[in-house]
Design a protein around this ligand. Structure first.
Ligand code: URA
Length: 422
């Protein structure tokens, strides 16, 4: 087989055969297909798309490029959630211990943030001592002891995706639904979870800017999961404004702990409980109500044990940025827009995110929102607090917020949960 023939097939609008897909993924992982050839193929896929059978085979080949985890040693059903990423999306932090407190096991492999969206591992690493890298044996130990584990994927899990995602990132080929769907699902299927709930974000702060694109991505991922015998459900949820009030690593951990203590912003609580119900139902667990486990402290109990089991101190003070800058409301009225993308880019420029994979993040940096869209604000009241290690960062963050705030403008917020795809 020849890489040029595979590229030509897709370039000319054809469907790749199973043999072509298996060969190209294997050869690329081994280094026998050059980066420039894979980049041409990724662009041809982005432009010409893939049929359902091609996406399924592509996903299969990426899973087969590495190891597959399995959790049959556990005495509880496994269930997991994956979010396509957004601004202030800290839901995994309260959700994993909550679902464990209700009787399921949650083996979650998470990622780091890149660009304006945050990453779960960066958030958890703001807890002093907490460790993201666990061996499969350590993962099993934490799962047995606490019911939930959130850690980094090892290099042996879907290595074809690891290589291809890095290539897509620098060749303008991230925004392809078949490539995004196969990338996410290959990792989740290789992770070995028994059930999966996908939180597909929609809006300015998300990959998918429209409900139509998000629905197409959700349907593609649900089809891949179903074809693999994995019980998969997707929710389309709003990312036109930030989720909750905190955006930034330690700020989001603090907000998650508030939710686990029975408080926290209403949207974070609602989405956490909704996703928990979906995860439990997908795992075949009926009975426990996640809202009770937030109220009675049992989810908090699992959180504390889960953090301690990975070396973290749940009682240690979280890092705080030394510099702050307050943005005030420009007028009195109803806050009709607080744009997720603008706030996400501001938090990123303040140091909460990274521009390149190897960059460090600031744990204390980010944005606190003092009002949410739909609320009444008074001219001059604090609207946002920017947090940074270095005051030189404020100007560029403020530039990102230009046009992000609107008072008494047209209303048109997306509902928090837009749709459910099965
Ligand atoms: N997240 C992934 O893991 N892969 C993609 O392609 C996009 C988002």
């Amino acid at each position: 087989m020849d890489a040029i023939d595979v590229i030509r097939t897709k370039r000319d609008g054809g469907a790749l055969s199973a043999e072509q897909i298996d060969w190209v993924i294997d050869a690329y992982t081994r280094g026998a297909v050059a980066e420039e050839q894979m980049s041409a193929l990724a662009m041809a896929i982005l432009l010409n798309g893939m049929e359902r059978s091609e996406v399924a085979r592509w996903t299969e080949a990426m899973i087969a490029s590495g190891e597959r985890m399995e959790w049959s040693a556990l005495d509880r059903p496994t269930t997991d959630k994956h979010s396509t990423g957004g601004v202030g999306d800290k839901i995994t932090l309260p959700l994993a211990p909550l679902v464990a407190a209700c009787g399921a096991a949650v083996p979650q492999l998470s990622g780091r943030g890149l660009g304006h969206t945050g990453g779960t591992l960066d958030k958890l690493e703001s807890i002093p001592g907490w460790r993201a890298a666990l061996s499969p044996a350590e993962m099993l130990d934490v799962l047995r002891g606490t019911g939930a584990v959130v850690c980094a994927a090892g290099s042996g899990l879907a290595p074809a995706d690891r290589k291809l995602y890095a290539l897509r990132d620098v060749t303008g080929t991230v925004e392809s639904i078949p490539l995004i769907a196969s990338s996410i699902m290959s990792k989740k299927i290789a992770e070995g979870t028994g059930a999966l709930v996908l939180d597909v974000k929609v809006g300015s702060g998300a990959f998918m800017k429209t409900v139509e694109r998000a629905r197409e991505l959700a349907e593609t991922m649900v089809a891949i999961g179903t074809d693999h015998g994995l019980k998969t459900v997707a929710l389309l949820t709003a990312m036109d404004r930030p989720l909750g009030r905190a955006v930034g690593n330690a700020l989001e951990v603090a907000e998650s702990v508030e939710v686990l203590a029975g408080g926290g912003p209403a949207d974070v609580v609602e989405l956490t409980v909704t996703l928990a119900r979906e995860m439990l139902s997908a795992a075949g667990i009926a009975g426990p109500d996640p809202a009770d486990a937030l109220r009675d402290g049992s989810a908090m109990d699992v959180w504390r044990r889960m953090i301690s089991a990975q070396g973290g101190d749940p009682d240690a003070p979280l890092p705080a940025a030394p510099e702050t800058h307050v943005v005030t409301a420009p007028a009195t009225g109803t806050l009709t827009r607080l744009d997720a993308y603008g706030v996400g880019v501001a938090a990123w420029r303040l140091g909460a995110g990274r521009a390149r994979k190897e960059d460090p993040v600031s744990f204390g940096a980010g944005v606190t929102c003092h009002a949410a869209p739909g609320e009444h604000v008074t001219a001059g009241q604090p609207l946002l607090t920017l947090h940074a290690d270095d005051p030189d960062r404020f100007d560029r963050a403020l530039a990102a917020l230009d046009g992000a705030v609107e008072i008494d403008g047209p209303s048109g917020l997306l509902p928090l949960v837009i749709d459910r795809v099965t």
